[in-house]
Write a protein that binds this ligand. Structure first.
Ligand SMILES: [Zn+2]
Length: 408
């Protein structure tokens, strides 16, 4: 599908392009002295400026900037009530886990504050976090539920997430994560809670069209692989794709489990084994790496990046913005963290927040600069794309979303 130059609405030139057009070509899919033509909300043409067809559209001089695809944060828990900064401070002053739990801390505190918050209050609390991520060049974001843990509160979280996409220039993909933790009223009755997730929450969320995917947290402190299978089987029956919090603190075979359901992604994966990674590669399940949580939890076990490379498993990168283990409100910070902590190359890191992040969300209309894709892209004042993985917390010069400059 090509769009005739007579239908172009704008042309961006005097720029270098990191198209991220996939393996096989130049590193970063780079085009020196390139140009991008936009028609409405879509990219109409990408190539070297010397090959730009004749056109009448207005031209924007990018004065030598590098242009990347709009950044995609493919794993966040952006919507929640309260935060846990006071608990963080207590812990650093020496409080024990039990003392914090007695003071009402931990995920339970977030669940209580989320349940107590109206939809408007959840939106108001999330907006500053979202704005920080947007200022990094994020144009698409995934937001999970999972702090309501009852049908009404989970639906309220997802409605708040959808509303954020109407309030700001960003595409929001929502994920239902009812199987995140056992709520206090189900303490000691974990399988009864899974029944509620499967029989009540999932059908309600699907009926209202509130979720684009379904996620579960498998861990010795979370749900068992068999419980995740029940959730996934129901999700599949409702026509919803699945994702999994897998093998973060121990190897429960989460990578292979996700692959067996053809999951869009398996996330964390610090303790995943090589067979599980190979199964993910065969299934096309993307590995989402989350260096923010690794850093904050002071983990030692690095995800098996070498096995991912060897098997051809795709690697994405996300902020995991959440109030407990990764209070990260920057996606660009995750690039240097992934390089420093996990030894990703700068090109892998940039692919991880563009092309591979799109795949982790099941989106094939974005993540690369190519004709026909959504016209989401970001201008950076850098000498080359490796700079995005070098600076700790780089911010872009300008963001174009849906073919139009984002005003800040
Ligand atoms: Zn998470």
């Amino acid at each position: 599908m090509s769009i005739a130059p007579s239908d172009w609405s704008a042309v961006y030139l005097n720029a270098h392009l990191a198209t991220m057009a996939g393996p096989g070509g130049a590193p970063y899919g780079a085009i020196a002295d390139g140009a991008i033509a936009v028609a409405g909300a879509r990219i109409a043409w990408v190539g070297p400026r010397a090959a730009l067809p004749r056109h009448q559209a207005p031209e924007h001089d990018c004065s030598g900037a590098w242009i990347t695809p709009g950044l995609i944060d493919c794993h966040t828990h952006l919507v929640f009530g309260g935060d846990r900064a006071a608990e963080f401070e207590l812990r650093l002053k020496g409080a024990t886990y039990e003392e914090i739990a007695r003071a009402g801390g931990g995920i339970r505190a977030t669940v209580m504050q989320t349940r107590a918050a109206s939809e408007e209050a959840l939106i108001a609390a999330a907006l500053p976090r979202l704005d920080a991520l947007l200022a990094d060049g994020v144009t698409t974001i995934e937001i999970k539920s999972g702090y309501g843990l009852d049908t009404e509160s989970e639906r309220r979280m997802l409605r708040a997430a959808r509303a954020l996409g109407r309030l700001r220039p960003v595409t929001v993909k929502t994920t239902f994560l009812g199987a995140h933790a056992v709520p206090p009223e189900y303490a000691g009755r974990q399988s009864a809670y899974i029944d509620l997730v499967v029989e009540d929450m999932l059908p309600a969320v699907a009926r209202e069209g509130l979720a684009d995917a379904v996620d579960a947290f498998t861990e010795t402190i979370g749900f068992t692989p068999d419980e995740a299978r029940l959730v996934f089987a129901k999700a599949k029956a409702l026509g919803l794709p699945v994702k999994l919090h897998a093998d973060q603190l121990s190897d429960l075979g989460g990578a292979a489990l996700a692959a067996s359901f053809g999951a869009l992604s398996a996330d964390h994966l610090e303790h995943a084994d090589a067979d599980g990674i190979a199964a993910m590669a065969r299934a096309g399940t993307v590995a989402v790496l989350l260096p923010g949580a690794f850093l904050v939890l002071r983990e030692k076990q690095v995800p098996p990046v070498a096995a991912m490379r060897a098997s051809g498993c795709r690697m994405a990168l996300a902020s995991d913005c959440n109030p407990g283990s990764s209070p990260a409100v920057s996606l660009t910070l995750m690039l240097p963290l992934a390089c420093a902590l996990f030894r990703l190359t700068p090109e892998e890191a940039l692919a991880g927040v563009t092309r591979e992040a799109a795949a982790a969300l099941g989106l094939d209309d974005r993540g690369v600069l190519a004709a026909g894709r959504v016209a989401d892209f970001v201008l950076w004042d850098v000498a080359g794309p490796a700079a995005l993985s070098y600076w700790l917390g780089l911010r872009p010069r300008a963001v174009i979303r849906g073919g139009a400059p984002v005003r800040r």
